[in-house]
Design a protein around this ligand. Structure first.
Ligand SMILES: [Zn+2]
Length: 394
């Protein structure tokens, strides 16, 4: 026990922040409102006789320590959370029992949380980590994936989780929405646009230099409500009429405009795919465009992280006469651990065994590692061997 406590003490000295919480009692109810409305509700209360502590240490990530035994119970909590099957709410019950809920809850009564927005919030976190890793991959950047996740984070609606009178709200991408508001103040005056002698408007575009759109095409956007819904009308309006928006705002508008116009019109985006309404023209996704998408991905990641660490404050500890961070919730602690991630030193990757689904850390010095463990690597090898054998027999 003494050794353990020493270990833990050293751990605190090496950690960048700590956070205190409790284990929880958690159950999942399925509510059958009607045949078409079946939903899951998480019922949870805090077990205040089971205190736990989280500490963040760069090498081990966010680590959970039992205050009863002083033992380090689990390291890299973030990867554990992201590895849980995203569609099965049952998987999260164990996580919350061991780690407590994302936000402070009552100890004397159940809090009821709708599963759907909660799962959406976790998906956002997973997407943010995936995007960070994708941006930092050196040779194996998947630009289609980067565009998909960037658009999904940028365009998905805000999720909120209410606990008593408190409300958590997921990130809203203000760089985009502020620009759309600013641009909506500008008149829709086509005579203010530059035109060449072939009746093309010339748009100043930081990705393509001067980009041309014919007068006919321009007018079809304005006339046809089937082509552009109100959201895309605002994006197109900003693209044509606010060409001198500031740099980041302009870049986001340009990436949205060219994704929709040049790659393909789409109805909605999930974290896994863009739901195109026409055959996507990926041949238009050229290098200059990819570079711009990468820049927008960086802005989106920063906005997601910044919006989720508002519950972290610097504080001066009078007992030890040292500065420290006060972290208000497990959610802030998780995002604060993402904040401290150093993609130039290590990445959080999804295991390439399709049946696994686990996330694991890879250091930049061993980027070849594709599987979370040797079991997964062996299984994938066997599958490849079997597939080859089958090919040969056929
Ligand atoms: Zn694996």
């Amino acid at each position: 026990m003494k050794n353990n406590l020493n270990l833990v003490e050293n751990f605190y000295q090496n950690s960048l922040f700590t956070f205190d919480s409790y284990e929880s009692f958690c159950r999942i109810d399925t509510i059958y409102e009607s045949p078409k409305d079946v939903r899951n509700v998480i019922k949870i209360f805090s077990e205040n006789n089971k205190p736990i502590k989280f500490a963040f240490e760069p090498k081990n990530g966010l680590v959970r320590i039992s205050l009863k035994t002083g033992a380090v119970e689990e390291s890299d909590i973030l990867s554990s959370l992201l590895s849980i099957n995203a569609n099965k709410v049952e998987g999260y019950q164990k996580f919350f029992e061991k780690n407590g809920f994302f936000f402070p809850i009552f100890s004397d009564k159940f809090v009821e949380i709708e599963a759907e927005p909660l799962l959406a919030v976790i998906s956002r976190m997973r997407a943010t980590v995936e995007l960070m890793s994708q941006i930092s991959e050196i040779q194996r950047k998947n630009y289609e994936k980067i565009l998909t996740v960037t658009l999904a984070l940028l365009l998905s609606s805000k999720n909120s989780i209410a606990i008593g009178s408190n409300k958590y709200e997921s990130c809203e991408h203000n760089t985009l929405y502020n620009e759309l508001d600013t641009a909506s103040q500008i008149n829709d005056n086509e005579s203010s646009l530059r035109m060449d002698n072939q009746y093309n408007f010339i748009i100043t575009d930081s990705i393509f230099g001067e980009y041309k759109v014919s007068l006919d095409e321009y007018r079809s956007y304005k006339a046809d409500y089937d082509v552009l819904n109100p959201f895309w009308r605002r994006v197109f309006h900003s693209y044509f009429h606010h060409q001198h928006a500031n740099k980041n705002e302009r870049l986001i508008i340009e990436v949205l405009f060219h994704s929709f116009k040049d790659i393909g019109r789409f109805e909605f985006v999930t974290f896994n795919s863009i739901n195109f309404m026409e055959e996507p023209r990926w041949e238009n996704y050229i290098d200059r465009f990819k570079k711009a998408v990468l820049d927008v991905a960086r802005i989106v990641v920063a906005e997601e992280i910044n919006s989720n660490i508002t519950g972290v404050y610097p504080e001066y500890d009078s007992t030890i006469m040292e500065p420290r961070w006060r972290v208000e919730s497990l959610m802030s602690a998780l995002y604060f651990s993402i904040f401290y991630m150093k993609p130039n030193l290590e990445l959080t990757r999804l295991c390439e065994n399709p049946k696994c689904g686990r996330y694991f850390k890879v250091s930049r010095t061993s980027l070849k590692k594709k599987y979370c463990c040797t079991e997964c690597a062996n299984r994938a090898n066997q599958n490849r061997y079997r597939a080859r054998k089958k090919e040969v027999t056929i």
